[in-house]
Design a protein around this ligand. Structure first.
Ligand code: TV1
Ligand code: CA
Ligand code: ZN
Length: 393
């Protein structure tokens, strides 16, 4: 029987490395990798693992990171441990030059550090990058239509620099892998933050179109991604940005997302699509202020899946971890075409106590956006017009 509204089954593969549950950015840090283990626990409890091929893959090799990152930075990641960071002054200075380790110290001795020296740093990087590379290879091989790595999506990492909780840019690596087989790749980024690292890596390319939707206001990280940033040289109009005000809800979001992504699909005609599914765009996130529901967020996945191009789904941000796991589990159901079959009631499983505050419900069924009264303001309408203009240029 058909598994989705368009009657076409999708062959889905899925990467998960249980080692992620031991990765710790430090006490009080916003980034909690355990949310990926929670997602996996939910996916398993709903029986969705039976609908996907599990990618049993090796971690990436340090050499594979060199497809984007520079040698000095990869060497640093390989040598950097919490103990070596403390005992080796040269290493400490090098790490801090590359954005890793405490750089901001407060008078009271506390320090905030987006990119800490974590235990097992290189293993963690090689695992999530290896997952995105394996997922990309699965799409290149043609035996899968959708490939998922919820531990990937680290869109801020630069060639030789950690940035915004991201050490290695698995997205750039995966897109480069896809370009070995596909001529044009569309990258769509629904994380609440601007996908700056990916945009910059392909800013002068007309083979990759990058399209980021993000909260944009003074003091919101990273501060780039204005509507007027459209790429350089041959890549002009192949980088698109859709800046959003905080408070943007499902309806307002999709009045932008669908026309803009639809037009991008039409004019760019990509051979493969990468969707960074950062879940910090959900309402109630601890860092961001957008107000998507799980249903509204997953609608982005459903919409892109409907174009039938090979689709790579990656994670990203997301700081209210029970919401993140609910969202990515539901999106896994969308990928395999079971979104109408999945019960809102969360099954009993080892992580179920995390969902108490949401009444043990996935909260995936939301009211259809009203068709009459538009929730849109003038600013959003002007952004849509400009973005569509960039796509016709
Ligand atoms: C340690 C402990 C680190 C508590 C970081 C929020 C923390 C943040 C922390 C935090 C925090 C940021 C900046 C700092 C500009 C920098 C995965 C120099 C309560 C994809 C990355 C956001 C988002 C970085 C990543 C941002 C992603 N916000 N508490 N740090 N200054 N950094 O603002 O896009 O989601 O916040
Ligand atoms: Ca984004
Ligand atoms: Zn984010």
């Amino acid at each position: 029987s058909p598994s989705c509204p368009d009657g076409r089954k999708r062959r889905v593969c899925y990467y998960y490395d249980p080692g992620i549950s031991n990765v710790d950015y430090g006490k009080g840090h916003s980034m909690v990798p355990r949310r990926v283990a929670m997602t996996h626990g939910l996916v398993a409890s709903y029986g969705l693992l039976n609908d996907m091929t599990r990618l049993r893959t090796r971690p990436a090799s340090p050499e594979e990171l060199l497809a984007f990152h520079d040698q000095k930075y990869v060497d640093l990641l390989g040598r950097l441990t919490p103990a070596a960071y403390i005992s080796d002054g040269d290493l400490r200075r090098t790490a801090e030059e590359h954005g890793i380790g405490p750089v901001r110290r407060w008078d009271d001795g506390a320090c905030t550090n987006d990119n800490p020296v974590i235990d097992g740093l290189m293993e963690y990087c090689l695992s999530y990058a290896g997952g995105s590379l394996a997922a990309a290879r699965a799409l290149c091989g043609g035996d899968h239509d959708v490939a998922i790595n919820w531990s990937g999506g680290m869109h801020h990492a630069c060639r030789g620099h950690a940035n915004g909780f991201c050490y290695v840019n698995d997205i750039v690596l995966a897109i480069k892998q896809l370009l070995g087989r596909f001529r044009r790749v569309l990258y769509v980024d629904i994380d609440a933050h601007h996908g700056d690292g990916v945009e910059k890596a392909f800013a002068d390319s007309n083979q990759v179109m990058t399209l980021s939707f993000h909260q944009y206001q003074t003091d919101f990280f990273p501060g780039t991604g204005s509507i007027d940033d459209v790429g350089d040289g041959a890549g002009r109009y192949h980088a698109l940005n859709v800046p959003l005000k905080k408070g943007m809800d499902d309806q307002g979001y999709h009045e932008l997302f669908k026309p803009i992504v639809g037009k991008a699909m039409q004019v760019f005609q990509p051979d493969a699509v990468v969707l960074q599914c950062g879940a910090d765009s959900l309402s109630g996130d601890r860092l961001a202020g957008l107000e998507l529901s799980v249903g509204g967020h997953a609608e982005c996945v459903r919409y892109l899946r409907g174009f039938n191009a090979p689709l790579l789904l990656l994670g990203g941000g997301g700081y209210t971890i029970n919401h993140v796991a609910s969202c990515w589990c539901y999106e896994t159901a969308v990928a395999v075409g079971k979104e109408d079959e999945i019960a809102d009631e969360i099954p009993h499983h080892p992580y179920d106590h995390y969902y108490r505050s949401q009444g043990y419900k996935l909260q995936c069924r939301t009211e259809a956006p009203g068709s009459l009264s538009s929730g849109e303001n003038k600013d959003a309408a002007a952004i849509r017009v400009k973005a569509l203009e960039h796509l016709s240029a």
